[in-house]
Ligand binder design. Structure first.
Ligand code: PLP
Length: 385
């Protein structure tokens, strides 16, 4: 059975070109780039090249790129590093729909006496910028707002937000883990201070991330130890990961527009046909400001997990809006924040596509899914018989 992979917001396939670049760095060129000898030292230019490749995609200076171990580390480093650099400020502003890499950090900070404001979103998942304005003050150390949401694909108006935040002389961080590689970003024209990204979301390897730090931004190092990354992030570099991420960024930069058009066409075909063929199904999230690869659909009266299991029988991989925690099924905090009713949030499925998906895969899925939904509704105790 072939695998049909529509779970690219969870992780992506490593591009063959990326793997080719990484391969020699495991058994042949395995030296430590900090070593004095030529064998190790020769690796450092590969890190330099990767830094340039990432910077070229983001439109920033290579010196503004810090390699980390993942998006989660970048988010932690941005928030905790800013608070350590501004010890007199005790307030953090974020949103209710952030990834746990931001939200759990903020909730933990609350336990340590910080004031945390979680901005709300409306039904399509949009922020109310007046609420942000209301909370920005002299005590605010950092505003951390994601670029695009991992569950719904909703894109926040980051340019407007940055303007408001920098006007008040507050540090702005964005978790762009789902945005980089999917939509164009240009940091040369932006006042974003800190930005997180992750290699495995853009056809690079797992275990590598980036924290972009705009020149002049005050940030205390999160990882302390050796002098790697100019003393800003200690730890022997993950050279294959860094080189792979560099190549992945180069590939994104070459073909983004063309690939976006293809991915959006496939996503729209999948989404429109599902909504048309499956009664009582609804799109979750802003239709206008959305990543081209993501669709999140609620199917009333049935459980997302049941749909996923039945799709899995056909080799189709998607994900549900629910997270199974300690034996109880909690519906997605993102959908709940958008006011999606409990039952509809439970019956939600996210399909997230990539440049490697094909129209045949979409056609196969739209043939298989409607009968699955009908079958589950027949079994559902919530549907009037
Ligand atoms: N932020 C967002 C929006 C994400 O979607 C993810 C991963 O799903 C992360 C952060 C964490 O990234 P990583 O898996 O590299 O730690």
């Amino acid at each position: 059975m072939n695998t049909i992979y529509f779970d690219n917001n969870a992780t992506t396939k490593v591009a063959e070109e990326v793997l080719d670049e990484m391969n020699p760095l495991f058994c042949k060129l395995y030296g430590n780039p900090s070593s004095m000898h030529t064998f190790g030292g020769q690796i450092s230019h590969r890190i330099r090249k990767a830094r340039e490749q990432v910077a070229a995609l983001l439109g920033c200076e290579p010196a503004e790129i810090i390699f980390t171990s993942c998006g989660t580390e970048s988010d932690n480093a941005a928030i905790k590093g800013t608070l350590a650099a501004y010890p007199d400020r005790r307030k953090v502003i974020t949103t209710r729909v952030e990834h746990p890499a931001v939200l759990s950090v903020c909730r933990d900070l609350e336990n340590h006496g910080y004031t945390v404001v979680e901005l709300s979103v409306n039904k399509p998942g949009r922020l109310d910028l007046a609420e942000l304005e209301e909370h920005l003050d002299d005590d605010t150390a950092i505003v951390s707002i994601m670029y695009a949401n991992n569950e719904t694909g909703v894109i926040f108006p980051i340019d407007k937000i940055v303007e408001m935040v920098t006007d008040k002389d507050v540090v702005f961080h964005t978790d762009a883990v789902q945005a980089v590689g999917k939509i164009p970003l240009n940091l040369s024209k932006s006042n974003i201070d800190l930005l997180s990204l992750s290699g495995h979301k853009l056809h690079g390897p797992k275990g590598i991330g980036v924290l972009y730090v705009k020149k002049g931004t005050r940030l205390a190092p999160f990882m302390q130890g050796g002098h790697q990354e100019a003393g800003r992030r200690a730890g022997t570099e993950n050279v294959p990961g860094i080189v792979g991420l560099g190549k992945a960024c180069e590939l994104v930069g070459q073909n983004l527009e063309e690939e976006n058009n293809k991915v959006k066409y496939l996503r729209d075909k999948l989404e429109n046909t599902i909504l048309e063929k499956c009664p009582d199904s609804h799109l979750n999230g802003d239709n206008e400001n959305r990543l081209p690869n993501t669709t999140n659909i609620s199917f009333e009266f049935i459980e997302g997990e049941a749909i996923l299991l039945m799709l899995d029988k056909f080799g189709i991989c998607a994900s549900s809006g629910s997270a199974c925690t300690s034996g109880s099924l909690e519906p997605s905090h993102v959908l709940r924040a958008m006011g999606v009713p409990f039952t509809a949030a439970h019956g939600s499925i996210r399909f997230s596509l990539s440049r490697y998906n094909t129209e045949q895969e979409v056609d196969f899925t739209i043939e298989k899914l409607p009968p699955i939904i009908n079958r589950l509704r027949e079994l559902s105790p919530f549907v009037a018989k």
